[in-house]
Design a protein around this ligand. Structure first.
Ligand code: NAD
Length: 475
């Protein structure tokens, strides 16, 4: 049993990340002390606060962890789940640090969590808890546009982010930058267009890029391109649903979708929006008319497919099921879905694993765009949209005159259009995901690293080292 394993022989979640970090550290020659500093969590705030629910006073357990202050503010989502604990939140905060470095988002990593089950608590009580949590963060200076900026994660969304913003503003009235204290807000509350689907879209861009690389596809016996690839997705929440929709629209075949209550399967493909509608109307994905039910939801992960996308929770692929996984590519849309033991088994089998610290970075990338928008107090595209359209009109007139040919109204509409906020956000995200993929791949090739995860950690750690060095902390 290694020093990282607990009594039962399995790793704590934080130890899993340390293990991945240590594998990458072998490729980096730097003083051990600096590596230890990068690995450690800088601040852990564990709190208990009372909230009156009905006639009873309930004591709520919650956390905010700031893993790294090498760049400020810190950034990371807040999750609501009964599984929330200190180890989990520390790990997720650490992942945020590495993730931000990979996609050049200038933040330190953080994460928050409240130990509640949002499915069994009324919306009014979730609001009470969220507002009280926010005021606890304010009291201890754990939130603010230049300090620490939360975002949605498992079990939270736009609504909770609005409550956080509103509570912050009411206690810090007059702060002109208050909007930038949290991201993932609704558009009407300073959110940015494209944030809701950003993580899922980032997952899509990352996997699409991989599928375009001939060498990678041939290494697992697949053809180049996404069209026709058979995909299984676990978790039809914010990340999973949007990823599934983008894959479906691009011509990939979603053969199975797995949720808490079970999974559905159709080898010819599932229509994602129809499944989502069915889920909304029935409260379950099971009994979807065009599919077969799989009662044991975990079994869906073991079906024959090209690409498996776990987009629900951590540790869902472990030493007991890794050998039965048949996917040739696994895209980690969720944080930490594969345990270190499973990672080694899958590596030996030659499965390409696209790691979480790169693949699900779309959310924080667009959160960064939202934060910038809030600080600049202007919508993306507002200043240049009309100007671009005017320039394009003049340009088109010249082309028509020189070519002596009229361009059709449909073509004109397409060419003349100035950039909207959503266009700028999505193109910024696409560029970030494409660049990130190739930077990881270049490191993997140049250092002859066996897998993408280790290469991604090397890229990330080197960037953090660079930042510490430039701060003058470590010569
Ligand atoms: P979410 O709460 O919107 O959705 C999670 C979904 O998983 C839900 O539909 C839930 O019912 C389902 N689920 C729960 N247990 C399951 C099980 N055992 N089997 C199958 N499905 C199950 O959460 P989300 O925001 O989509 O986050 C999902 C994962 O992505 C988490 O690991 C999160 O940390 C990670 N992530 C989220 C974001 C983001 O922007 N929301 C960004 C980066 C990473």
């Amino acid at each position: 049993m290694s020093k990282n394993q607990n009594k039962t022989g399995s790793y704590s979640f934080f130890n899993c990340i340390e293990k991945n970090f240590d594998k990458a550290a072998r490729f980096i020659s730097i003083e051990k002390g600096l590596l230890e500093q990068i690995k450690a969590c800088n601040s852990v705030y564990r709190m208990h606060f009372p909230v009156k629910i009905g006639k009873e006073v309930k004591v709520i357990e919650a956390y905010r962890v700031q893993h790294s202050h090498h760049k400020l503010p810190c950034k990371g989502g807040i999750r609501y789940s009964m599984k929330v604990n200190q180890d989990e939140i520390m790990t997720l905060a650490a992942l945020m640090t590495y993730k931000c470095a990979i996609v050049d988002v200038p933040f330190g990593g953080a994460k928050g969590g409240i130990k509640i089950d949002p499915q069994t608590i009324s919306s009014e009580n979730i609001e009470k808890i969220t507002r009280r949590y926010t005021s606890e963060l304010i009291k201890k200076n754990f939130i603010g546009p230049g300090i620490d900026v939360p975002a949605p994660d498992y079990g939270t969304g736009e609504k909770e982010m609005s409550w956080i913003f509103d509570t912050f503003l009411s206690l810090r009235s007059g702060d002109v930058d208050a909007l930038a204290c949290v991201t993932g807000k609704p558009i009407s509350q300073g959110g940015v267009r494209g944030r809701k689907e950003a993580t899922g879209l980032g997952v899509f861009y990352g996997i699409r890029e991989l599928c375009h690389v001939k060498e990678e596809m041939y290494s697992v016996g697949l053809d180049v391109g996404l069209v026709g690839k058979k995909i299984i997705i676990q978790g039809l929440g914010n990340v999973g649903y949007h990823a599934a929709s983008f894959f479906h629209e691009s011509g990939a075949i979603i053969i199975a979708l797995a949720e808490r209550e079970g999974a559905i399967y159709n080898k010819k493909g599932l229509n994602v929006s129809k499944v989502f509608l069915h889920l909304k109307n029935n409260g379950s994905i099971l009994n979807f008319p065009e599919a077969k039910n799989i009662e044991n939801t975990e079994k869906a992960l073991e079906l024959e497919c090209d690409i498996l996308i776990p987009a629900a929770l951590e540790n869902v692929i472990h030493k007991n099921n890794a050998n039965r996984i048949k996917a040739k590519i696994i895209g980690e849309a969720a944080n930490g879905p594969i345990t270190p033991e499973a990672d080694e088994i899958l590596d030996k089998k030659g499965v390409i694993i696209v790691p979480d610290i790169y693949l699900n970075a779309g959310g924080v990338t667009v959160s960064y765009f939202e934060w910038l928008k809030n600080l600049s107090h202007v919508r993306y595209g507002r200043m240049e949209k009309k100007f671009r359209e005017n320039v394009n009109t003049e340009f088109l007139k010249v082309i028509e005159t020189v070519c002596k040919k009229k361009i059709s109204i449909e073509e004109k509409k397409m060419i003349l259009r100035g950039p909207r906020e959503i266009d700028l956000v999505r193109s910024g995200l696409e560029d970030t995901m494409i660049n990130g993929f190739h930077k990881i791949r270049d490191i993997k090739k140049s250092l002859k690293i066996e897998n993408m995860r280790t290469a991604a950690f090397v890229l990330s750690i080197n960037k953090i080292i660079d930042s510490y060095e430039k701060l003058g902390i470590f010569p």
